[in-house]
Design a protein around this ligand. Structure first.
Ligand code: CA
Length: 447
């Protein structure tokens, strides 16, 4: 045992009843890196032998946006430790591409076991569609982390010109730019996942084809904001805390929140490598229980000031706390004079108006597959293969078991894997029983 892990062992064992569980991890594994060892507030808990995790350690990647809050809160408020996961290392990922590469390597090789993902990254990694050399790295989707918290930012020069949630004159502007050879430029952070889908949906609903009418490309967030400042980027599909910064720094305005485009939409998820989960099913459920408790804690709005402080801290987002405080209460200054003050539009973690946020509905996985077909990211026959892929990757069964062990009320455990028909801001409906009808109803698409 190194001096460092010995010290940690004494602290942890002294503060909790999970010492014996911890000891196993401590003796059986090499010591943590310094960044991952701030185990705090380990609450005393009696873990029954049949629920005791096989390991106390896991390395989860996160990206410093509000989607990662359940992971950070579960660690910092002791919810992971309470269920025996005393050595959860949260590893900040430089980009979504880095997260993908790190999960391909795995924690044993210096990467990560899993973590926070845009959709459908876990499925695409499992199928070897976005991995190096198309290696199939089976992953399990375990819980949704959040809904909302994302939006479309537009550069200040377009303010008052009709580039809003409903693209009234936006279509005209875009076609003028197109004929002048100076295409409207928009960015997201990673192709073929959520933020790409949100801006595409918004553009398509406004009569603009994202493939041809504009120039849409992946650009790192900081670079996009710099480009918006200098006028070389027109729009940005992004998540909190960026929208607040863009407005406060007078770089642009928020044309739309994703909560306006699709209220209670699926957003980012917790997924872990299948080999890790198969080896550590009890530890997986312990992690899920920690995440669920963190999600419940986060949805108590009285806790959100504290949550903002923890997330904004130097170890995590490293930014001024006020950037998170107001959006966390559902208060958005949109930058064009519009304000939103509605808690049902804030980032939500445990429940929303449609029911469970945390539950990984297979009907949502199917929407991401359908949208991938819409834009030609995946071939049309994907729709017939989607169910088999989703059944392999989506582990709603583990979510249910963890929820029961945690004592979640039956009313908060969905009885169906489908959330039913979804309705978008332009009136379009997605019926998971008939994704082809949804594709047919859309005017702008590649498929
Ligand atoms: Ca997001």
């Amino acid at each position: 045992m190194t001096e460092f892990s010995r010290r940690k062992f004494i602290i942890t064992a002294g503060a909790s009843a999970v010492g014996s569980v911890f000891l196993k991890g401590c003796l059986g594994n090499p010591p943590d890196s310094v960044t991952g060892t701030q185990t705090q507030q380990v609450a005393a808990v009696n873990i029954s032998p049949e629920q005791a995790p096989e390991t106390t350690r896991v390395k989860l990647g996160y990206v410093p946006i509000v989607e990662s809050a359940p992971l950070i809160i579960a660690k910092e408020k002791g919810f992971f430790a309470k269920h025996g996961m005393t050595e959860v290392e949260l590893s900040k990922q430089a980009s979504w591409g880095a997260a993908r590469d790190n999960v391909e390597i795995g924690a044993a090789g210096g990467g990560i076991d899993g973590g926070q993902w845009q959709m459908p990254m876990p499925h695409l990694i499992s199928e070897g569609i976005i991995t190096k050399g198309n290696a199939k790295i089976p992953m399990y989707l375990l819980a949704q982390l959040n809904t909302h918290g994302n939006g479309i930012a537009v550069a200040s020069k377009w303010e008052g010109k009709g580039i809003n949630l409903k693209l009234a004159q936006g279509e005209q502007i875009v076609s003028q730019l197109k004929s002048s050879g100076n295409l409207f430029k928009a960015a997201h952070t990673f192709p073929r996942v959520n933020q790409d889908f949100w801006i595409r949906y918004w553009l398509g609903a406004g009569g603009i084809n994202p493939d041809g009418d504009i120039n849409l490309m992946p650009v790192p967030s900081a670079q996009t904001v710099a480009n918006m400042k200098t006028g070389t980027m027109d729009a940005f599909s992004t998540g909190d805390p960026w929208p607040y910064r863009i407005v406060k720094d007078k770089i642009g305005y928020m044309a739309a929140l994703t909560a306006e485009i699709w209220k209670n939409h699926p957003e980012e998820y917790l997924a872990i490598r299948a080999d890790w989960v198969d080896k550590n099913p009890k530890a997986t459920k312990a992690l899920l229980k920690g995440v669920m408790e963190a999600q419940q804690w986060l949805d108590n709005f009285d806790n959100r000031e504290e949550a903002a402080k923890i997330l904004a801290g130097r170890n995590y987002f490293n930014l001024p706390v006020e950037i998170l405080t107001e959006p966390f209460q559902g208060k958005y200054e949109m930058g064009d004079g519009r304000t939103i003050n509605d808690r049902s539009m804030a980032a939500l973690y445990w429940k929303d108006e449609k029911g469970s946020v945390s539950y990984p509905y297979k009907s949502h996985d199917l929407w991401f597959f359908t949208e991938s077909v819409r834009w030609g990211f995946l071939p049309p026959d994907t729709l017939t293969k989607a169910k088999a892929i989703i059944d392999k990757v989506n582990r709603e069964d583990l979510w249910r078991e963890a929820a029961k062990e945690l004592g979640v009320a039956a009313a908060d455990i969905p009885t169906s894997t489908s959330r039913g028909v979804e309705t978008f801001f332009d009136g379009v409906k997605f019926d998971p029983e008939n994704p082809a009808a949804y594709l047919k109803s859309l005017k702008i698409k590649k498929a």
